[in-house]
Design a protein around this ligand. Structure first.
Ligand SMILES: Cc1cc2nc3c(=O)[nH]c(=O)nc-3n(C[C@H](O)[C@H](O)[C@H](O)COP(=O)(O)OP(=O)(O)OC[C@H]3O[C@@H](n4cnc5c(N)ncnc54)[C@H](O)[C@@H]3O)c2cc1C
Length: 541
């Protein structure tokens, strides 16, 4: 039997590492068990081309935003190399000519850029930004709130519900209506209420469908836009996304260093097979190969189907919880395309291969809402999108650690392929899909195709089989309305505790996930530490 631990963290993604850091900081002898040869999960920097190891890509996730300053401070991440370069504007060049830029924090230049397409939209922009900022003030703090057990009459749960209501007692009728709109509307309808030009609407619609198995006309996509627009939780800035130096793997590495610094052990190549449940309580885990490791506190950060149905087992779980996890929606049809470029794209609308401002932000391929919707409809009908949309970034416009001088890395987050492409690799079709994607950029930047030195394509099958992202969903589960807040991952279990006492849950499939924000891992550790202090072992019976 292995050395005794107080706490086991299953999964060494960024949430597992955050949980381990907090547990170890609180004095728990903690071990992280990670199946892969490296920690970080979907926050990873890799060299996918063996014959060109000098190029490093941030292979899955690619930009930072939602990590609360509290976590950054508590774990002293800056001292472990955490450094984020704020991104430049959203940029879209149009096949018919011209371009648009949208700035997160420069009203004057926003107005100038948008007015080229619509004076009315340019005038509406400051009101839109203010409206979103107001909603961020409501939604931002909610991300740090432990969702109450709505509907429960138990005194402790009622107190949680009342606390939430009290905190929001200042909200007026208009704000509550706006939040309701956000939760229920499609991003397309919401944008129609504000803007008239297809160019502006296309650029603003992207955040509504990122990682989502829903087109811009689907209800609920307005909320997805808000989730991606809240920015740093805690200091209230809107949409200030940034590139971490060293790629997203450097974020995970900084958290890993913090966890080790607090005394946590991290075991790589340690795939957990089962969670041991004894006398109705979590008692430890067994690894593939049979090794048993015991501890009184376990924090799982895996996809909910893996964590509960495969590793705990239905026999230890209430039937309604099993049903909810079986029904958990976990599609997205995302394909990540990572490129090594010999030179920067020279756009017909804004020529030049020297580094310019429009290379430093999101280099979009989403010229209109209808373009995005068409891509979704293709995938819904069972075909990869003929003309996929892409949220592209060139992190090397700031971060020179990822590629040799003069060359660049471009990361294309693209959608959609059919939702069942997690079942087969579809390798040849993904190559053709990447050709089409590159062709679309080539239409607006004619040096693009020829500038591609290497390409790396990660589709849903690889996301599921290599990284444990079941169904290829980038957040361990869709950000659809029925899977948010007190329903994430299941009604009654959104407080980072589970039906099994001693087992806590802190993956992106809990409230505030997904994204590389660390909040789920932090909250799960906090719940475990609080229960330990109070002499409890987690969930009420
Ligand atoms: C293509 C893509 C793009 C994205 N872009 C962004 C972005 O730009 N910005 C952003 O904020 N978010 C982005 N996300 C989402 C974000 O990356 C995830 O929400 C987040 O990284 C998940 O972190 P996690 O720790 O909850 O889970 P994971 O990162 O999935 O970590 C789980 C860990 O568990 C390990 N594991 C699995 N099975 C076992 C087992 N049986 N035993 C032990 N270990 C196991 C896995 O190897 C993995 O390391 C993106 C995701 C993807 C896939």
């Amino acid at each position: 039997m292995a050395a005794p631990y107080d706490a086991i963290v299953i999964g060494g993604g960024h949430n597992g590492l955050v949980a381990a850091a907090y547990l170890a900081r609180a004095g728990a002898r903690t071990v992280v068990l990670e199946a892969r040869h490296k920690a970080g999960g979907a926050a990873t920097t890799d060299s996918p081309w063996p014959d060109a190891p000098e190029f490093k890509v941030t292979r899955l996730s690619y930009v930072m935003s939602l990590m609360p300053p509290t976590i950054i401070r508590d774990l002293r991440l800056a001292s472990h190399g955490y450094k984020v370069y704020p991104m430049g504007p959203y940029y879209q060049a149009f096949p018919e000519g011209g371009s648009i830029r949208l700035y997160a924090d420069d009203a004057r230049r926003n107005h100038e850029s948008v007015a080229r397409w619509s004076k009315r939209d340019a005038d509406a922009m400051p009101r839109w930004d203010a409206w979103l900022a107001g909603l961020a003030d409501v939604l931002g703090p909610l991300l740090l709130t432990v969702p109450p057990r709505l509907g429960s009459r138990r005194p402790r749960d009622l107190a949680g519900t009342l606390r939430l209501a009290w905190r929001h007692r200042g909200l007026d009728v208009r704000t509550i209506a706006d939040v309701t709109r956000l939760m229920t509307m499609s991003i397309a309808d919401l944008l129609d209420d504000w803007f008239e030009s297809p160019q502006v609407k296309g650029a603003l619609a992207v955040n509504g469908v990122i990682g989502t198995w829903a087109g811009p006309f689907s209800p609920g996509t307005a909320y997805v836009m808000a989730h991606h627009s809240i920015g740093d939780v805690g200091d209230g800035h809107l949409g200030n996304w940034g590139f971490p130096e060293g790629g997203m793997g450097a974020v995970a590495a900084a958290i890993e260093a913090a966890a080790r610094g607090f005394g946590a052990q991290i075991r790589l190549g340690a795939r957990v097979a089962r969670v041991l449940v004894e006398g109705g309580r979590a008692a430890g885990v067994t690894l593939d190969g049979g090794e048993e490791i015991r501890a009184r506190t376990i924090v799982s950060t895996l996809h909910p189907r893996t964590a509960f149905l495969d590793q705990v087992g239905e026999e230890h779980l209430p039937a309604d919880f099993v049903r909810d996890i079986r029904n958990w929606k976990t599609r997205s049809g995302v394909v990540k395309i990572n490129l090594a470029l010999a030179e920067l794209p020279s756009f017909t609308a804004d020529p030049g291969t020297e580094l310019q401002e429009h290379h430093t932000g999101s280099v979009e391929m989403a010229p209109s809402v209808e373009f995005i919707e068409r891509a979704f409809q293709d995938a819904r009908e069972g075909r990869p999108a003929l003309r996929p949309f892409s949220d592209g970034v060139i992190p090397t416009s700031f971060d020179r650690t990822l590629s040799p001088e003069g060359t660049h890395i471009m990361s294309l987050f693209t959608q959609w392929v059919p939702s069942d492409w997690n079942r087969e690799p579809h390798a040849a079709e993904l190559e053709a899909y990447a050709d089409r994607m590159i062709g679309l950029y080539d239409e607006v930047a004619p040096n693009f195709k020829a500038s591609v030195l290497h390409r790396d394509i990660v589709g849903p099958y690889q996301m599921e089989h290599e990284y444990g992202l079941i169904g290829g969903n980038i957040f361990h589960g869709e950000l659809s309305l029925e899977q948010l807040f007190h329903m994430r991952p299941a009604p009654g279990y959104a407080d980072y505790r589970t039906p099994v006492p001693g087992l806590y849950y802190g993956s992106s499939a809990t409230h505030a996930g997904g994204g590389v924000c660390g909040i789920p891992g932090w909250q799960a550790a906090r719940a475990a530490i609080a229960d330990r202090k109070a002499g409890r072992r987690g969930r009420r019976a």
